[in-house]
Design a protein around this ligand. Structure first.
Ligand code: IMP
Length: 426
């Protein structure tokens, strides 16, 4: 049995796409289990940049199956658009499967997300892709799932029922225009024949693959600090981007998860609102943003940048049960005289090494830093850990020691090949 989960340990954008792309080389199946097209994965293959939002990065390996699991909220129009782009690039999309239990992210979810964000006093800073409203409908039990597309008369009725309520909300609460039901139906009528062949029961397929000893890779989107339960609520996404999310979102028992790879970026970034203890709202933060190209792949927004926060990474380890760390973008820090790493939060005179649940407290927290000397040498071509500058090795070893998880791989550049393999990820 081999089942690997790849998760983000910070606020997303850790570079999971590239790592999944590397690990997917040996995978028979790649599965996305939560989120939707709020994600933004940039993968560079043979110098060509691919930006994916909904499809797992593992889709670039065409040999295995690529599954959009039941825990995902999937916008079918975005799905087809991404498939089209891959086809234009000469890639196959025949291996893509959408679970029949997956919820359809409807056009009215995107509209609702935009209206809610515009009207909110305390904005979340969502990607406006409709993620929250679609999950809200799912848990309120009036969402529409992919299997419901099979009987189009039934689907039309479901849209009619839902849109009646949504249009009341749009017009009466938000004083906005209603949505046109006929247009929605016509748009679905156009794409339905292309979607139907992809819809399959996936839970038994995934479990059978694991039981048969195939390599199944579960690809997380977003990250631990955006988790609906354990992130900086309410400044979070609406799903569980942790290893626990796999059990729910793909239908796999916890005992079947073998390896949990936590992707840690060598510094911190966040997009959207919410407290961020190690944020650098100064020229250092701008320096990191410029050197790391820290602009959202989905929204283009400049990402907020700051020092590495190991309190956050340790929180991620506690929740995910990490077996390996993959450290990314450490090359971005080359050139700095000194690096800070946060190892505690000072809140009202007390030092904590856990993430408090009350965001007011997090907002008051002052970071307790351990200072490391920087390095100046270009590290992007290095292939063995021992060839890295001593200062860089000390920085990596400290992460390993503080979190208590081996750093098994170090990504030192954006291309598929810019990696140092320290320990085999099994
Ligand atoms: P939503 O997922 O669009 O509802 O957005 C909720 C919060 O999660 C916002 O702060 C977004 O910026 C953030 N978010 C959602 N997806 C990603 C991602 O893939 N990377 C980083 N932040 C994300």
């Amino acid at each position: 049995m081999s089942s690997q989960v790849v998760v983000g340990t910070q606020w997303g954008d850790e570079g999971k796409g590239k790592i999944v792309d590397v690990l997917a080389e040996n995978a028979d199946m790649v599965v996305r289990f939560q989120g939707g097209d709020n994600a933004g994965h940039t993968v560079i293959v043979d110098g060509k940049k691919h930006v994916l939002h909904l499809l797992p990065s593992g889709v670039l390996h065409e040999e295995g199956a690529c599954i959009i699991g039941p825990g995902v909220v999937c916008n079918p129009f975005v799905l087809l658009e991404e498939m089209e782009k891959l086809k234009e690039g000469g890639m196959s999309t025949d291996h893509i499967i959408v679970s029949d239990r997956t919820h359809i992210l409807m056009p009215y979810h995107c509209y609702q997300d935009q209206l809610e964000e515009s009207a909110a006093v305390n904005k979340i800073g969502t990607t406006k892709k409709g993620i929250g409203p679609c999950y809200a409908d799912k848990y309120a039990r009036h969402g529409i799932r992919y299997h419901e597309l099979k009987d189009f008369e039934h689907f039309k009725e479901r849209v009619h029922e839902n849109l009646k309520l949504k249009n009341k909300l749009f017009t009466e609460v938000y004083n906005a225009e209603p949505m046109d039901e006929e247009k929605i139906i016509a748009d679905f009528e156009q794409i339905r024949s292309r979607i139907l062949p992809m819809i399959k029961e996936t839970t038994s397929v995934i479990n059978k693959a694991i039981d048969e000893g195939k390599n199944v890779l579960f690809e997380g989107a977003q990250a631990c600090m955006l988790d609906i339960n354990y992130g900086t609520y309410p400044y979070v996404t609406s799903s569980s981007p942790t290893s626990a999310g796999v059990t729910e979102g793909a239908g796999v028992a916890p005992s079947k998860i073998q390896t949990v790879v936590g992707v840690v970026k060598a510094y911190s970034t966040r997009v959207g609102e919410g407290p961020f203890v190690t944020e650098l709202e100064n020229e250092k933060g701008e320096w990191i943003r410029d050197h790391g190209f820290e602009f959202g792949a989905t929204t283009g927004r400049p990402r907020r940048c700051g020092w590495l926060d190991l309190v956050v990474v340790k929180h991620a380890h506690m929740l995910n049960g990490l077996t390996d760390i993959v450290l990314t973008k450490i090359d971005v820090l080359t050139g700095l005289d000194e690096l800070n790493v946060c190892i505690g939060y000072e809140i009202d005179g007390q030092i904590l090494d856990i993430v408090p649940s009350d965001q007011e407290e997090v907002a008051r927290a002052k970071p307790v830093y351990k200072v490391f000397p920087g390095w100046k040498e270009d590290i992007t071509k290095i292939e063995r850990k021992e060839d890295l500058p001593k200062e860089c090795i000390d920085y990596i070893d400290f992460i390993e020691e503080y979190v208590g998880v081996p750093v098994s791989m170090i990504s030192v550049g954006p291309d598929r090949v810019n990696n140092i393999y320290v320990k085999e990820i099994k």
